[in-house]
Design a protein around this ligand. Structure first.
Ligand SMILES: [Zn+2]
Length: 507
């Protein structure tokens, strides 16, 4: 009898929670003020442009994203300043390179970072509601201190990495569906890193329900389904992907379809509620992902075994020579302009170009005390060809944490001594070690289809022809690449980094 009552109570609680959880507004919000468009920067973690249709018509993983791009301005050769989520987002939001905003690693000591975001300050002054939202926070520390009106996503903390590991108990998985679990399990709730329980639609709804129906919105949202551990609470459609013996790449391709559905559901909701009327949208990825695919290997003039550096790599941010890690998606779309086919722009671009372009489009201006943008205005006219160079640096290559193939025990033993746990429960790099780690970075510059790279543990400079996917040792290079100017620019950009140019290559 007591058992029955207990079952009945659990069912009742379940029903109450379900009703509570699924209440959702379907209010339509047509903007009346056309001078203040809604602004959306939609990030998709680790999305490789070469897995999309505009690069290869055989790619069928992301029909919805492909369709969106089809009606966008596309900046094809766009690079992330660094292939790490937090560093990339800081670069996007400041319009500056890491050397200027101060975030050189994901878990950078917060006191070394400039958290003033002129974009957010100026938008708030114009009456915008500003929101940052992300479904995986282990490696991303952006919070209310960066000036956002609201931040949506799992709580940050050293604890969530640990809890996500041990929290795989069926009861908790079930409860995560309901809003009440936000207070019971703050670290697991909506956390993409906890793959088996993560619900993309719940996260979408949390974000879209939070948008203002009275003020214009600025929303930066980042979807992390493509990030390791490549798992899903739903079944993976294994028939859509061919098995070629590479588990991570196989799962990645299967997850592309999942994140594509999440993206489309999100866009549909924005559209249905009227948030897209007159909106401007940037669709980007923060970095690519290395899977050691044969076609990603850079070719050289020596047998592969004799090459003293990696010409292919796992993960992201681990190797500046890995083009598939640094090349990202950047597409811009203005609603409700009619773009029938994608406009593809020549030249190289960086994610730091977004904010300066927003300032120009919205007529915002920096204050005299603000640092200048490193980024440039993105062209909107296809006849304009930008002749800028852009910079890409690595994170610290740590053997066991190449972000794709994580052996947690190894990562802990290799890296734990580099971190300290602060009073607020967050793990950050020890500041003294942080400066040492900056010296060990790989650094590079892109210009046209060339990349010039400086690796601290290799004595020569490396020149990469990104079209031919070939590398050259500069000492033996005889071609006409504009490497002298590239080297001058690279040296000027990084000259204040402690330990930079240890082989005295700068003129
Ligand atoms: Zn990322």
């Amino acid at each position: 009898m007591a058992g029955k009552r207990l079952v009945f109570s659990i069912i009742s609680i379940g029903i109450v929670l379900a009703v509570w959880s699924f209440k959702s507004s379907s209010e339509h919000y047509p903007p009346t003020d056309k001078t203040h468009p809604n602004i959306f920067i939609i990030g998709i973690d680790a999305l490789r442009p070469d897995h999309l249709r505009f690069r290869d018509s055989n790619n069928h993983f992301t029909p919805n994203i492909n369709q969106f791009i089809q009606r966008s301005y596309l900046y094809d050769k766009t690079y992330t300043p660094q292939g790490r989520t937090y560093v990339a987002w800081m670069s996007i939001l400041t319009g500056q390179y890491p050397i200027n905003h101060g975030a050189r690693f994901n878990l950078a000591p917060p006191e070394l970072i400039n958290k003033q975001l002129p974009l957010i300050r100026e938008l708030k002054a114009r009456g915008y509601k500003t929101t940052y939202s992300i479904d995986e926070r282990r490696f991303n520390q952006i919070d209310n201190e960066y000036g956002f009106d609201q931040v949506i996503g799992p709580k940050i903390g050293a604890a969530d990495a640990i809890i996500a590991n041990i929290g795989d108990i069926p009861l908790i998985n079930l409860f995560l569906k309901f809003d009440v679990s936000e207070s019971l399990f703050p670290y697991l709730y909506m956390n993409r890193a906890y793959g088996k329980a993560y619900d993309p639609q719940l996260f979408n709804r949390k974000v879209t329900d939070s948008l203002s129906t009275k003020q214009p919105n600025f929303l930066a949202v980042h979807f992390c389904q493509l990030h390791w551990p490549f798992t899903s609470k739903d079944f993976i459609d294994v028939n859509s992907v061919k098995w070629k013996g590479n588990y991570n790449h196989f799962m990645y391709q299967a997850m592309l379809t999942k994140v594509d559905l999440q993206f489309q559901q999100f866009i549909n909701t924005l559209k249905d509620k009227g948030f897209l009327d007159n909106a401007l949208v940037y669709l980007i990825s923060d970095h690519g992902e290395g899977f050691m695919l044969k076609e990603d290997t850079l070719l050289g003039n020596q047998p592969k075994d004799e090459v003293k550096f990696n010409v292919n790599a796992w993960g992201h941010g681990t190797n500046v020579l890995s083009q598939e890690q640094a090349n990202v998606l950047m597409a811009y779309r203005r609603f409700n302009q009619q773009v029938e086919t994608a406009k593809q722009f020549q030249g190289v671009y960086s994610l730091i170009d977004i904010v300066p372009s927003l300032f120009e489009e919205l007529g915002l201006s920096l204050q005299p005390t603000d640092k200048k943008f490193d980024g440039q205005f993105l062209p909107k006219d296809i006849s304009q060809v930008m002749q800028q160079s852009v910079f890409v640096e690595s994170s610290l290559p740590i053997k066991s944490i190449n972000a794709s193939f994580i052996d947690e025990a190894k990562v802990l033993s290799e890296t734990m001594s580099k971190y300290e746990i602060r009073q607020n429960g967050r793990a950050v790099l020890v500041p003294s070690i942080y400066m040492e780690m900056i010296a060990k970075k790989q650094r590079s510059i892109y210009f046209q289809h060339w990349q010039l790279a400086m690796l601290p543990d290799y004595s020569d400079l490396i020149l990469v022809d990104t079209q031919q996917k070939r590398w050259y040792s500069l000492e033996t290079y005889k071609g006409d690449a504009p490497w002298k100017q590239m080297l001058r620019d690279l040296c000027a950009h990084y000259r204040d980094d402690k330990g930079f140019d240890s082989h005295n290559k700068c003129p």
